[in-house]
Ligand binder design. Structure first.
Ligand code: A3D
Length: 320
């Protein structure tokens, strides 16, 4: 049986980490693509030389020509510019929209049957634009944000409760911005909702609120610490979990920026909701019920993403 092919568009901090994780998890052969000549080739060779030590058989190639992604099963897009301290995700729109156009055309020509995962910020708007530029069916393209935001929340919760991260589940929905929606009612320790754990005295409402706030600002916390660039280990691990669910038809239920066609009262845009990822791409959208406060938070988040999309339409009239 032929190995799967994974194309990574953008061979920067996240791209390189994705390439290593794809090998360690035996997901398939890897092509790294970047406009900076030498970087994808150098990272590909470096990781290929790690393969004998780690014992995986994937082949690695670096390229600066889109023909190299021909026939890819999965394409993960990180091409673009990351945030610097003081920059919001929205500041990135002008630059990264042009990048999405080039990437979309490359995918349309060489990998129209791939399952595409977009990571480039501002995420919910860039995945929307990438779908337009690539013409991919809406079940074959998603944005990575919710798995990362949920993982950050899970990490904070596991630390607070002093329990294994394995037993902490968390759902963070909405757009990947500071008004994302961490749903405490649907987040649990071994099935026990956080709201019950407050009643049991495992934590206080104040501490829980602080963890929710820290999750919302989780990306910025790392940007401020690193000073150059943004988080890359956890974002890469999150996208790999999504790719693995597609390639191995695992049908995991993961929060991702998915195209909504009326679900959650939203039509024609991508926003973070729980979805089932299997061999057919986005196989189902899980529609959870919100209480009044959650609904208000979700609607605020939808409004932020709508304004990002309007900003994209303002920059590129072909998108309007
Ligand atoms: P970085 O290390 O700068 O890598 C980006 C790479 O893209 C660089 O190697 C560039 O040379 C390359 N690139 C630029 N333009 C093009 C182009 N037109 N075609 C191909 N490659 C190009 O950044 P990074 O890997 O740290 O982050 C990548 C993106 O992910 C940024 O937009 C970040 O803001 C975003 N990001 C998103 C999340 C989410 O949770 C959604 C988290 C972290 C980072």
């Amino acid at each position: 049986m032929a190995r799967n092919k994974i194309a990574l568009i953008g061979a920067g901090q996240i791209g390189g980490t994705l390439a290593l994780l794809a090998g360690l998890k035996d997901l398939g052969d890897v092509v790294l693509f970047d406009i900076v000549d030498g970087v994808p080739q150098g990272k590909a060779l470096d990781i290929a030389e790690a393969a004998p030590v780690e014992g995986f058989d994937a082949t690695y190639a670096g390229a600066s020509d889109y023909s190299a992604i021909q026939g890819a099963d999965v394409v993960i897009v990180t091409a673009g510019v990351p945030r610097k301290p003081g920059m919001s995700r929205d500041d990135l729109i002008g630059i990264n929209l042009k990048v999405m156009q080039a990437v979309g055309e490359g995918i349309k020509t060489y990998a129209p049957d791939a399952f595409v995962i977009c990571i480039t910020n501002p995420l919910d708007a860039m995945v929307w634009a990438l779908q337009k530029f690539s013409g991919l069916p809406t079940n074959k393209i998603v944005g990575m944000a919710g798995v990362l935001d949920s993982a950050r929340f899970r990490h904070f919760l596991a630390e607070e409760f002093k329990v294994s991260v394995e037993d902490v589940t968390a759902f963070v929905l909405g757009g990947h911005g500071d008004d994302m929606v961490p749903l405490t009612r649907y987040s649990t320790v071994a099935g026990v909702p956080l709201t019950d754990l407050v009643k049991l005295g495992w934590t206080t409402q104040e501490k829980l609120d602080a963890m929710v706030d820290r999750t919302r600002k989780g990306g910025g916390e790392i940007v401020n610490l690193l000073k150059t660039g943004s988080a890359f280990y956890a974002p890469a691990a999150s996208a790999i979990a999504m790719a693995e669910s597609y390639l191995r038809d695992k049908k995991r239920v993961l929060p991702c920026a998915a195209y909504l066609d009326g679900q959650y009262g939203v039509k024609g845009m991508f926003i973070g909701v729980p979805i089932v990822i299997g061999a057919n791409g986005v196989e189902r959208v899980l529609e959870v019920t919100f209480d009044a406060a959650e609904k208000a938070m979700f609607e605020k988040s939808v409004a932020s993403v709508t304004s990002l999309i309007d900003a994209c339409k303002g920059v590129d009239s072909n998108l309007a």
